[in-house]
Design a protein around this ligand. Sequence first.
Ligand SMILES: Cc1cc2nc3c(=O)[nH]c(=O)nc-3n(C[C@H](O)[C@H](O)[C@H](O)COP(=O)(O)OP(=O)(O)OC[C@H]3O[C@@H](n4cnc5c(N)ncnc54)[C@H](O)[C@@H]3O)c2cc1C
Length: 404
Amino acid sequence: MTKVLIIGAGHAGGSAAALLRQYGFEGEIVLAGQETAPPYQRPPLSKAWLKGEAGLEDLLLRPESFYAEQDIALRTGVTATAIDAGARTVTFADGTIEAYDVLILATGSTARKLAIPGADRPDLLELRTLDDAERLKAVVAPGKRLAVVGGGYVGLEAAASARALGAEAVVIERMDRVLARVASQPLSAFFTDLHKKHGVEILTGAEVAGFEEAGVRLADGTLIAADAVLVGVGAVACDDLARTAGLVCGDGVVVDAAARTSNPHIYAIGDVTRRPIPVHGGVMHRLESVPNALEQAKQAASAIVGRAAPAPEVPWFWSDQYDVKLQIAGVPFDADRQLVRGDPAGGAFSVFHLSGERIVAVEAVNAPADFMGGRLLIGKATPVDDALLADPAVSIKAVVKPQV
Ligand SMILES: Cc1cc2nc3c(=O)[nH]c(=O)nc-3n(C[C@H](O)[C@H](O)[C@H](O)COP(=O)(O)OP(=O)(O)OC[C@H]3O[C@@H](n4cnc5c(N)ncnc54)[C@H](O)[C@@H]3O)c2cc1C
């Protein structure tokens, strides 16, 4: 009987194991991951869990008993060190070896490290795992000052949670705006204002030169004093195992629309992959999001059991900061213009990215109808009318370009 071995017991790996059973797979499933906790959700680590509004049981993807009930052998605290693609085995750091018929790599991504003086200080914090989050939570308290290096989603969410816990927070960003790599200018401006209103200091165009006992030293010599420093400068794919095994990689394990790698017995899913995005003409991209982890878990599980592939999805993502819910659908690869619907000053608006007559992405701030409607229009490549789309009084369902 076929044995599926899944390396990485995170969101993608845990979901793939469950989906295989849900789709009727009756063979052996081994789910092996280096963290000690059963598969859990990372988004609350910078949000509800950090603020103390959610406990460990709320983080778990499924109750711990689920794996035994579903005859899934969950091996936690084990690190895979090598794949022998010829022999179809994986070796672990504890010396054990697991054979497989089908291997799923779901090793995710890891926090990017800075190569600057003091970057190896043991007191520096990052936020990727539950252990990281516990260290961060222990130092964020009233009267403490948290410096966050990197104005991306994780950094900004951590700053918002720090404020909610009564700590001071300063965000240090090297680009000229926060979220510069991942969001439009109107969104950056909105979130900068929002954080400032909540008492977060935002420094942009600020290059970090090093880390010291007293805080963060900027390239211009300024010391940003802090009791704790969180470095949140993006994530890199954990594709070392795949590279060494000879799989085609390039900033992530390269996979097709069914999550197949260049080896016919190996699939890869989640943050570790670079995959085609069908609604964007099949462009290859590395997505770091829960919906992507779930989507590729479905792709791989479907292919393994011989079930029809899931319909092509519109990628999406969300972020929660204070009372603001940001939802993003699509990726603005080939956008030729942006259009703002609603008033950022009113706290609810959307930025639509268009290419010709089509919407290719929408960033919706406290605007769930724009997100839902925009996502549908992206998926169907429906021609839309700019003037109708820009008018918030017109329902998102009614922005379709009249056919002549
Ligand atoms: C703080 C934070 C907040 C986030 N917020 C959001 C959000 O709001 N919305 C959203 O869509 N996404 C969010 N994300 C991103 C989302 O959590 C990831 O995209 C998702 O977890 C990816 O799932 P994955 O299974 O690919 O990787 P992971 O969940 O990272 O799991 C990979 C697992 O593989 C293990 N592993 C790696 N190498 C090995 C090895 N050699 N042997 C054994 N095990 C190994 C790792 O230890 C890890 O447990 C957030 C991420 C973080 C860190």
